[in-house]
Design a protein around this ligand. Sequence first.
Ligand code: 5GP
Length: 117
Amino acid sequence: MAEETIFSKIIRKEIPADIIYKDDLVTAFRDINPQAPTHILIIPNKVIPTVRDVTADDEAAMGRLFTVAAQIAREEGVSDDGYRLIVNCGDHGGQEVYHIHMHLVGGRRLGRMLPQT
Ligand code: 5GP
């Protein structure tokens, strides 16, 4: 059984978060430290630590992340101008919370995907 993170507490509403969407498979809430005017995290309700841990059983939830992201982007008014979806994986990927999450970031021109090194 994968270890829970703070995101499980958010799903169960044990700690406060600005939850904007929830269904049987995923939950979406505003990032506590937004990097752009719109910065929302969309997560599976099931604890899956990283993309490395995804199995075929998770395909419905993983697909739902995208359909919900597209729906929220429209509702947030960032869809037409475009936005970015980011899923960090592991240490080199810069992942801080080990419960898979898709960042939906938009509301401004985001520039290059990766900083120049
Ligand atoms: P990662 O670096 O793992 O891809 O992103 C983790 C994200 O979770 C960060 O953008 C961070 O601001 C956000 N985050 C961490 N703890 C909390 C929290 O308690 N509440 C909310 N809403 N966001 C959080």
